[in-house]
Design a protein around this ligand. Structure first.
Ligand code: KIV
Ligand code: ZN
Length: 389
């Protein structure tokens, strides 16, 4: 059975770039956009055109540059925003306007000092206005995670009547539990008249560390677009991480979902974004962190050396990492030392290994990590004769 395709909507250049200190210039956005196109994303959200002349220019240049990807610009449900976004996107081969408004009690009352009927009117007017410029219009119901499902369904239904193409259901505050968020998507699928005319999209934040789980729950319940960023960067604790959702879908064929992403470019893309944004990738970050394929405890190292899959569920080559690494620490055993010693040119017999291992432990207790140069010193310092090897 062929898998259902899930569109990848990359918002590294918009939600990701909102992170303090991660602001990008137009040239940098172009470099990243080009790489995102090679990676195989379906939509690039290039910025928020009305927010600044710089962002307008970036969206406009990205729109001219990319050929096979939809380019999207964000707006509030405000006429002028939509007009400026349409102008920035006018050279795009496939333009999309992403407009929206807060729909939760808290947003309606405190942010807009408004009521549900007025919010629906504003949403409908925004989508209609955007449709007068482009065919492809996405609507975000901000704080949908805390919006009651009935109201969300009503607003979605009204927007489908005026031709919305994508309905984005953001968990803006990263509040939802996976079952709850999945159930929300299911509810919309089952209760919104005409829902087959629009794509449901998930946009999750990571305040409770649940962004990836929530996005997968949404896709499992019928969403066919996932909004995400490289390295999971984004407001506060970040957005759903692109590399994580892509690999979850690849590693779990029973979900019957896949994307167009060339996973072999994931690691280098992560490094590129990290460099351009000046934002380090945490070493234990899933898929692309420096330790994602590093093994340091003796038991794990022994297992991986005997059979990689004992402790690795992903082949590092599948995400563009050369190979797994065996890190030598005081927790490493003889198997790991013999393996690394061989890599630097010493084939040790069992007796030699016993001697070298004693010396190794002395070093390892003094150092966090034993590196190749140390291995040479350890072998020299141990009481074995190298000529015998
Ligand atoms: O998190 C959010 O709700 C957003 C919207 C602007 C889509 O980023
Ligand atoms: Zn967001």
């Amino acid at each position: 059975m062929s898998k259902d395709k899930v569109d990848i909507f990359d918002t590294t250049l918009r939600d990701g770039e909102q992170v303090p200190g991660c602001k990008l210039g137009t040239e940098q956005k172009l470099v990243i956009a080009e790489r995102l196109e090679q990676l195989g994303v379906d939509i690039i959200e290039a910025g928020f055109p009305i927010s600044s002349p710089g962002d307008f220019k970036s969206v406009s240049e990205v729109a001219k540059l990319v050929k096979n990807v939809t380019v999207c610009g964000l707006t509030r449900a405000v006429k002028k925003d939509i007009e400026v976004a349409a102008e920035a996107l006018k050279h795009a081969k496939r333009p999309r306007i992403h407009t929206g408004i807060g729909t939760s009690e808290s947003h309606i009352r405190h942010k807009f000092n408004s009521n549900k009927e007025t919010i629906i009117e504003r949403a409908v007017a925004a989508v209609k206005h955007a449709k007068s410029f482009v065919e492809d219009v996405e609507f975000f119901a901000e704080d949908a995670g805390r919006t009651d499902n009935e109201f969300l369904a009503r607003i979605c239904e009204e927007l489908i009547k005026v031709g919305v193409t994508v309905l984005n259901i953001p968990d803006t505050t990263g509040y939802c539990l996976p079952e709850e968020y999945g159930a929300k998507i299911k509810y919309l699928k089952e209760n919104v008249t005409g829902i087959h005319k629009a794509t449901l999209s998930v946009h999750c934040h990571n305040d409770l560390g649940l962004a990836t789980a929530n996005s997968i729950a949404g896709a499992s319940n019928g969403a066919r677009q996932i909004e995400c960023t490289i390295n999971g960067i984004g407001e506060r604790a970040g957005n759903t991480s692109l590399e994580e959702v892509v690999m979850v879908l690849r590693q779990h064929p029973t979900l019957n979902l896949d994307t167009n992403i060339n996973s072999k470019l994931l690691y280098s893309t992560s490094q590129l974004v990290s460099r351009e944004m000046g934002m380090i990738v945490q070493p234990n970050k899933a898929i692309v962190g420096a330790n994602a394929f590093a093994h340091s405890s003796g038991i794990h190292q022994d297992g991986v050396i005997k059979h990689r899959e004992t402790y690795e569920i992903i082949d590092p080559a599948d995400v563009g990492v050369d190979e797994s690494t065996i890190v030598l620490t005081a927790r490493s055993g003889r198997a790991a030392l013999a393996y690394r010693a061989k890599l630097v040119g010493y084939e040790l017999t069992k007796l030699q290994l016993d001697e070298v291992y004693k010396e190794f432990l002395k070093y390892a207790d003094l150092k966090k990590e034993v590196v190749d140069q140390d291995i040479h010193e350890i072998v020299e310092a141990s009481s074995i004769t190298l000529q015998n090897m």
